[in-house]
Ligand binder design. Structure first.
Ligand code: FAD
Ligand code: MG
Ligand code: MG
Ligand code: MG
Ligand code: MG
Length: 542
């Protein structure tokens, strides 16, 4: 071109040189799914494989049943018993239309409908070139990574509990600490340091890790290292004022009492500000004083943050304002992309929350059909019906409108004036909460999205196929469980209004999780593991 002098290279886009994996010509739409975690598995288990070609891309060729991962840290069960190879899953559901590629997605091109994938194998030797894969629909379900909150030294000196290997690392480290503490002539202070097991974060992962460690030490290691166990200490550092602080008050009390009985030390209102090789620097929030805690092992479990791919994608779409998660509409479609064919589910996503209050004047005007500046019950019913699709927070009150109407008609004149209507909407908006990053949410999102792609096809003005199910995604909380050690679990089950803990809950917990395994193979393996540890105790080799 004129702008480029002879001899000068045109600037090249390196992506242009990659080979594109084209679609087969069987006329089927291709869905590319990123990830093999909870959200993806629920999607894959529910999508109709006769309607689509599925390509699953993930650096991890198995699904991991994370709720039982803490048990694997100490060998209450084997990691192999809670993983499921993705190729087995695909073979079970598919009729030749599904494939898996072990790779990491490094780039999403939402304008041209392809992703770039990169070999993620640990093998040495020549690596295959990156490749582009085109899609008709893209499901982003890449999950999250442990969050260090920028704390210095965490990556270098702490262990996380997120992936299968993490459980093995923790188990090895505990044994290393015990073996070194047994070395002849170790000074007592060093023994105490080595056997000080610390956990940072008082959410379910932190609490479960502490509980499992306690069991391991007091059920199994005590007979092998009787002289060392009295020097063991487990400490949980929590920045909030309670453990499991998102749970019901009864559960919090139960857990804290149980930890007290087990002599697991919990430091509340304490923030770890720096980690060194053998010490945590902790700041107490009340008096802002800093002190050091020597440790042998530290598990960091303070929550999760976005993956690099998630951050990169959000930064490439101007309408994605939240850089920590991919924002979707109520139907789980990614907002701000040119084509309506990109979805995000699970930990990497967050659903937009449109506040009714922002549009209160417009909605009121539209609702007030007879223009008398107030709403009758019929006018309210009409407008709520119309807006439940865009504002899913209206759903729960849709069936109780007469009661709501009465409640907010403060001056009891049989109509809602603007101010009264405002109060009503404000109350509805206040019920909006962002969904937690849990397997339960990811699982429901995956299933919902698959079902909506199986049916519900409509075309828009541009003749794009759009899948708009009758109702937006609606999370149903079925309850939470946590294992807190000493054959005791706590549970919160909203349906039957139960919250509490004990041995019975522990049995229920085990049987529910057993039931939830995706394959018979895993159910059998789990049963063997449990039996094995009852009869022989947990393995104490590293
Ligand atoms: P994940 O399950 O993490 O899956 C993400 C997938 O994406 C993985 O396969 C990963 O390899 C893949 N991936 C990553 N990067 C890329 C890339 N660039 N390209 C392609 N693929 C990629 N939740 C509960 O509800 N109840 C519990 O009791 C519970 N206990 C837990 C205990 C522990 C120890 C942990 C760590 C979590 C627990 N959770 C629990 C939370 C739950 O595991 C997560 O919320 C859930 O895994 C989220 O599912 P996801 O599909 O979004 O992500
Ligand atoms: Mg997933
Ligand atoms: Mg997972
Ligand atoms: Mg009116
Ligand atoms: Mg009134």
């Amino acid at each position: 071109s004129i702008l480029h002098l002879e001899g000068e290279e045109k600037p090249k886009n390196p992506l242009d040189e990659l080979v594109l994996l084209k679609k087969p010509s069987n006329g089927k739409q291709r869905i590319v799914i990123l990830g093999t975690g909870w959200a993806s598995l629920a999607f894959i288990n529910n999508i109709d494989p006769s309607k689509y070609e599925l390509i699953v891309i993930s650096p991890r060729n198995f699904f991991l049943f994370t709720p039982m991962l803490a048990s694997a840290t100490v060998g209450s069960l084997e990691v192999r018993s809670i993983i499921e190879p993705i190729r087995r899953v695909l073979k079970r559901i598919a009729k030749g239309n599904c494939s898996y590629i072990e790779a990491e997605c490094t780039e999403i091109n939402q304008n041209e409908n392809y992703v770039v994938i990169s070999d993620s194998s640990p093998l040495e030797g020549p690596r295959p070139k990156d490749i582009k894969i085109s899609y008709d629909k893209l499901v982003i379900a890449v999950g999250s990574v442990p969050h260090t909150m920028g704390t210095k030294g965490v990556k270098e000196h702490c262990l996380f509990l997120k992936e299968a290997n993490d459980a093995l690392r923790i188990r090895t480290k505990v044994m290393d600490c015990f073996e070194r503490a047994s070395f002849p002539n170790q000074p007592i202070n060093e023994i105490k340091r080595l056997l000080h097991f610390t956990v940072v974060g008082g959410g379910p992962t932190g609490v479960e890790s502490a509980g499992e460690l306690y069991d391991f030490i007091h059920d199994d290691l005590v007979s092998t290292f009787p002289e060392l166990v009295p020097h063991c200490q487990i400490t949980l550092v929590q920045s909030a004022d309670h453990l499991l602080n998102t749970y019901d008050a009864k559960i919090i009390e139960f857990t804290e009492k149980q930890f007290g009985r087990s002599n697991i030390q919990a430091l509340y209102g304490s923030r770890v500000v720096e980690v060194n090789e053998t010490t945590l620097k902790v700041m107490s929030k009340n008096d802002k004083k800093e002190y050091e805690i020597p440790f042998g092992m530290c598990i960091w479990a303070t929550g999760v943050g976005p993956r690099t791919l998630t951050r990169k994608f959000c930064a490439s779409v101007p309408d994605q304002k939240n850089q920590r998660a991919i924002t979707t509409d109520a139907f789980l479609r990614v907002v701000g992309v040119p084509n309506p064919n990109v979805y995000a589910i699970g930990d990497c996503s967050t659903i937009t929350q449109n506040k009714l209050l922002d549009k209160v004047a417009d909605i009121f005007k539209e609702a007030d059909v007879n223009n008398d500046n107030q709403l009758s019950i019929d006018e309210l019913v009409q407008v709520v019906q119309k807006y439940t699709k865009t504002y899913p927070q209206l759903q729960p009150i849709a069936s109780e409108l007469p009661r709501e109407f009465k409640k907010f008609d403060v001056n009891k004149d049989g109509f809602l004036q603007l101010e009264e209507f405002k109060q009503l909407l404000q109350n509805v908006d206040s019920k909006l909460t962002t969904l937690p990053a849990t397997a339960q949410v990811a699982n429901q999102m995956g299933a919902y999205l698959a079902k909506s792609l199986n049916v519900d096809v409509i075309k828009n003005e541009k003749n794009d196929e759009i899948h708009l199910p009758a109702s937006p995604f609606n999370y149903k909380h079925l309850g939470s469980f946590a294992y807190i050690g000493s054959h005791t679990s706590v549970a919160e089950i909203p349906g039957v209004n139960f919250s509490g803990g004990g041995l019975g809950v522990w049995y229920a917990y085990r049987s529910i999780y057993w039931e939830k395994q995706f394959s018979l193979k895993n159910k059998v393996l789990l049963s063997f593991d449990w039996m094995k540890s009852i009869i022989f105790g947990r393995d104490i080799s590293r």
